[in-house]
Structures are given as C-alpha cells and as structure tokens.
Ligand binder design. Sequence first.
Ligand code: SF4
Length: 323
Amino acid sequence: MTINTRQEIQEILNMPEEVFWKDVAPAARKTARDQFGDNLMVTAMLAYSNICKNQCLYCGMRAGNQIPRYRIPPAEILDLSKRARADGLSRMFLIAGEDKNYGFDNLLSLVSGLKEQGFNLSLAAGELEKHQYQALYEAGVEEYVLKFEMSDPKSFNRMNPSTDFHARMERARWIKEIGMKLGSGNIVDWPGQTQEELVQDILLMKELDISWAPNIPFLPAMGTPLAGEKRGDFLTNFKEIAILRLMMPHIKITAQQPGYDGKGGLSNSQGNLDAIACGANLLFCDLLPDAKANDFRPVDGRNVSGMKHCEDVAELTGLTLDL
Ligand code: SF4
C-alpha cells in the first residue's frame, strides 16, 4: 500500500478505527519492516537548556511560563554523552529552547565535541541565521530539526507569536540548501485544527522531503494559554504515523507516543507499541538526570525516560535495538 494523494490521506483519516487497525496499520508496519528490518532505532537525547525567548501558545517552556529553568554548560553535556557513547549509543539528538544566551560559540564547541566522540548528530535549537546553520553543518550537524507545527500561515502566526510562518519556512529551505537533513512535522489535533489543515500538514512534510517526523498529538501544558484545552486525538496521531510511513517509507518516525490511558507521558508502553504497529521506528534515550529531564517540558509529563524503557519496548515487540 502506498499513499500519495490528498484523497487517500482523507480516506484514512475518516475511516473507522477497526478498519484502520485491520488494514492500514499492518501495511504501514510491513513497510517499516521492509525498510529497517526487525530493528528499532534509538537516539540518545540531551536537552542542554530549557530557556526560551519565545511565546508559542502551546509550549510549557514558553518564556512567560513559571517553571524551573536550567542551562547546562558544554563540558557537563560532553561528560554525559561520553558515557552514552561508551554504552554503544551512536546517535545524538541535541535539543534546547531558543536560548540566545547559551552562546553560539558554546553550541559550536558542543557540536564539535560530540562529533569527536563519534556521534551522528541531530540538533534542534530553533530559528537561526543562515550563516549559523552553515557553521553548524560544517561542525558536524547532519540533521536539523525545525518543526513547522502548523502549515496554515494564519494558524501558525497566531500560535507562534514570536515568529512567523514565512521565517520558519525560509529557515527550512536554508537548512536543506546547506545540505543538512531536515526533521520537521506538526502538532496533531491542536485545539481548532481542521482536517483540511491536518492534511495540508502531512502534504507539507512530504513536500519538505523530511528525514524525521517528530510529531506528537497536542498535549496541554500547565501554565500556557492552552492549558485548559483537551488533548489531541490519539487515534488521529496513530493514523498520521501510518500515513507518513506509507508516503515516505525511509524516514524516521518517533515511536515515543502517548497511549490511550494517558499515563506515563511519552513513555507509555502501549502508546509506543501502538505507534510501532503503525510504522514508527525511533525511541529516545534521555541522558539527563531525572530532576532536569522533568523540567524540559514542552508538554506536561513528557517523561521520555532512559535505556531501560527502550529495552522493555524492544522485548515487548520482539525487535532489536539499533543503537
Ligand atoms: S516550542 Fe520551542 S520555540 Fe516555542 S516556546 Fe517552546 S521551546 Fe520555545
């Protein structure tokens, strides 16, 4: 089964749940198996700062939100990553809010240090200038993650008042022009999202030729203007995962997804298993000590957790962890 058109996407989004799990999810899972074998990819994750200058309406780390803030110096991050490398992890996802005071030179030295340790490197540090993306690429960043979150310019501008859609898309273009892979995607079923917008999000991921879809459903975050809204529809999120797998067999898709009972954040084993059953193939191993990891919270109870969780999911699925 392959998916190419707007109509095919709509058909899956509108189909009854039992038909989806019977016909579409297994086809997407088969596509993932054909592509990656019986492997489940793992990436180490290090969130080096939860400080952000922006005010995205949905994000628990928006500048106006009262949460404990931290910034970890490069030497400390490199110490954590060194131990992960010794444990066999070869991929690193370095992430932070838009923390301009971290210092671009510090970020560059962090990237260089991680390259020296032998990591394949993905980075999410928000909107930068073109010469900065170029410098990061030259220092060893292979993939830059810049989510567009919502593909409708008006909705984007309302939900992301510190930037605008044009600026976000311009940077996505720069990243690709420079030669980095682009990780990007949406928030699924945020409050007020129409199905037309969701379909457009999926088509934009295809158009951007993304390497990684880091999408999750909308999860309300404490203290934000959207804290009182209901969470996004998890089935719609699973449907999007399957559609993406069938549209773009080779991409990474985040398997760390919430489960129907809502417990355990993104480390809900059933949520992860359901995502894998729909073709997702990537788990995170968070290297931060719990006290700090809990403060990196774009959504409440993110709870990504460490290698033990990855091993548990591998055992439950019968897949082999690809470190
Ligand atoms: S989504 Fe990213 S850029 Fe927006 S407030 Fe949160 S951390 Fe900052």
